[in-house]
Design a binder for this molecule. Structure first.
Ligand SMILES: [Zn+2]
Length: 152
């Protein structure tokens, strides 16, 4: 897959997450954010901020600010959570096999701070380039609208 050209990949203002303690996370995140990001919780469908959002922009990690997804890969899955068919780049996320519900799911985490984002499913028949659905909690993301996108 080709990497879309980004104007300022290095300007994500991500704070170093390594070394942050559990207490640090509890202090920095709201209880709801902490539950999803650090305890792999799941927000209720159709309740999150971004499940039906079509704003152009980047979706950053709510915990550390790393750009993880963009609106270009977001699609309407009607599943109640923001859905993307690919991350901004493969090295922005990492995958963990999760068998907690008796079926194998693949958990998606922020590669920078190891916070829980959601899960990725594939082969569901969505008409997207990858046939993958990154089903991500709104509360794990922070939308940065492309207000001054130069479009260069
Ligand atoms: Zn992160």
């Amino acid at each position: 897959m080709s990497t879309p050209e980004k104007s300022d990949l290095t300007n994500t203002a991500a704070t170093p997450a390594a070394g942050r303690s559990d207490d640090d996370w509890r202090r920095e995140l709201t209880p709801e954010e902490y539950h999803v990001l650090r305890q792999a919780g799941t927000e209720r469908p159709y309740t999150g901020e971004y499940w039906d959002t079509h704003t152009a922009g980047a979706y950053n990690c709510r915990a550390c600010g790393t750009e993880l997804f963009t609106s270009k890969e977001k699609f309407d899955s009607h599943c109640g959570w923001p859905s993307f068919w690919a991350p901004l780049a493969e090295d922005r996320v990492r995958y963990i096999h999760d068998r907690t519900l008796g079926m194998e799911r693949v958990e998606v985490r922020c590669a920078n701070c190891d916070s829980h984002l959601g899960h990725v499913f594939e082969g569901e028949g969505y008409g997207t380039p990858t046939d993958q659905r990154y089903c991500i909690n709104s509360i794990s993301l922070k939308l940065v609208p492309a207000a001054d996108d130069t479009g260069a």
